[in-house]
Design a protein around this ligand. Sequence first.
Ligand code: NAI
Length: 257
Amino acid sequence: MNNELRTMNNKMNIKNRVAIVTGGGQGIGKEICLRLAENEAKIVIFDINEELSQEVVREIKAKGGSSLALKVDVTKYEEVNGATQQAIDKFKGIDILINNAGITKDSLLLRMKEEDWNRVLQVNLNGTFNCLKAVLRSMVKQKYGRVVNISSVIGIRGNIGQANYSASKAGIIGLTKSLAREVGRYGITVNAVAPGFIDTAMTRRLNKEAVDAIISQVPLQRMGKPGEVASLVTYLVSEEAAYITGEVIKIDGGMAM
Ligand code: NAI
């Protein structure tokens, strides 16, 4: 049914655009890669998990798409910058950047270890900064770019046990709005997507009671699917969304309205 629906729909206008997707090896990032590729963009995956991202590359190539996976830890600027240069050499530019790589290390603040605070901020927020630093200059030069940063509803409303994660995702919102103001004049849009409770490895770690408790707060009474987030992201990086910038768009079944 899903596939039928997809082929019936018109394609988004992103043909031959080159997209870097961080954390594209699984979950939401993987679906973003597949959806962008279906719409004929060229996909570069930055992920620490090489095996998973090579699998995604194979899937894209099997359907006739173009893709490359590079082993990159987004917390390491030199790695990010080197991989970005490799991608630019291969595909002659970067048009789209999806900052999706993210982790959680949950605990109440009173018990939170400094290393868990730091690591979550490093991956989620500094990782986003590193990728932007590496990619932005080429977008400015070509006077075109689309950036989507994956935040979270937790960055908007907070959550018990997630002070580090919430701070990192709120930081992404401030970063998104500031950058949108800085680079709008170069034809670059910068938006954030704030998913609610999405069915991925990240949320599969929770036990049934916790899942039921969260779902009871969602007006649509279910978890979201990674593909639903991917559809929104694909729209935001398309020509059709050219006049949207600095926005934070929730996709959460009504959870945080
Ligand atoms: P996931 O855990 O399934 O996938 C995360 C991917 O990021 C993995 O492929 C992992 O290898 C990669 N990654 C982790 N650290 C990295 C690093 N230092 N450098 C490069 N790659 C790295 O996570 P999921 O659920 O797909 O989440 C994707 C994004 O969406 C994250 O930013 C997450 O915070 C956000 N999000 C997820 C929600 C959910 O309910 N699943 C809700 C709201 C936001």
